[in-house]
Design a protein around this ligand. Structure first.
Ligand code: ADP
Ligand code: MG
Length: 265
């Protein structure tokens, strides 16, 4: 990264993405993405299927190793050893786990442990990663479940929870770790329509509390009402990143954005 680019980084940015590129073999999944996420900002990522939304999100916590450019979280380079190393070496093991602790992620499918209660699902990483005592972990897990309004379901196993409740447990599990940023990859896409609202409502509360969030979503109502900015991806490129009023409020200039949004009208 050049000095010039460094100095243009906004002071209040918690995530900075600079000239990010990602290939799957010869296929260019992300091209030259430059983007900031500010503290307490909600950034929604929208765009057609296959445009690179999940890949971008996964690069933000190094679930994907990127090929060019840089991602920083709170000034720290994500996923790679010291920037002065050439070629850069990917972080692994404990170092990567430590970095990921600051980033919570919620997926389309909830990935809960089926053999553990809701409470134990949330408490697990608090003991294994954060090294809290069992008692402290359970207290923190209960507080997180209360935040997502599931305190009365703490002893339920995933099989005895609805999809919406399971996703709220997954959100509780992530927020219990007290991350600096939460990433959501289509958190409501696997849910029956009547269960979408309860999950979006919990996400809205989190946003109102000042959590920094990057949300891949097809819920245009959520993006319009909760996002501070909406980014549109197409074929691995960042087409535009603007406030929701601009994205949804008038006829978009870009033909790709126009045709995408038409399918939601
Ligand atoms: P989106 O989330 O916007 O639907 P993705 O980020 O999942 O898009 O995928 C972007 C492109 O990269 C797609 O063309 C997809 O097929 C390709 N891709 C994603 N993951 C892999 C992978 N592990 N191996 C090869 N190609 C992939
Ligand atoms: Mg995706």
């Amino acid at each position: 990264m050049s000095k010039e680019q460094m100095t243009t980084t906004a002071d209040d940015a918690i995530i900075t993405v600079r000239n990010l590129s990602k290939y799957f073999d010869d296929f260019e999944a992300l091209r030259d993405i430059t983007l900031d996420v500010k503290r307490s900002e909600v950034l929604c990522l929208i765009g057609p299927s296959g445009s690179g939304k999940s890949t971008l999100l996964r690069c933000l916590n190094f679930l994907e190793q990127y090929d060019g450019g840089e991602v920083h979280l709170d000034g720290e380079l994500i996923g790679w050893q010291d920037i002065s190393h050439n070629p850069r070496k990917p972080l692994s093991g404990e170092a990567l786990r430590k970095q990921r602790q600051h980033i919570g992620m919620v997926f389309q499918h909830f990935h809960l442990w089926p053999h553990m209660s809701a409470l134990d699902n949330v408490a697990e990483a608090l003991t294994s990663v954060k090294k809290l005592s069992k008692k402290k972990a359970k207290e923190a897990a209960m507080a997180a479940l209360t935040k997502v309004h599931l305190e009365d379901k703490a002893e339920n196993y995933p099989a005895n929870l609805s999809g919406g409740q399971q996703q709220r447990v997954a959100i509780a599990r992530a927020i219990a770790m007290e991350p600096q940023v939460m990433l959501f990859d289509e958190p409501t896409s696997a849910l029956d329509p009547e269960l979408v609202g309860e999950v979006l409502s919990v996400m809205k509360d989190l946003a109102a509390e000042g959590m920094t969030m990057v949300v891949v979503t097809h819920e245009m109502g959520f993006a319009a009402h909760v996002a501070d900015r909406v980014a549109f991806l197409d074929s691995g490129r960042l087409v535009t990143c603007v406030p929701p009023e601009e994205m949804f409020g008038r006829e978009p200039d870009d033909a790709r954005v126009r045709s995408f949004l038409q399918t939601y009208r």
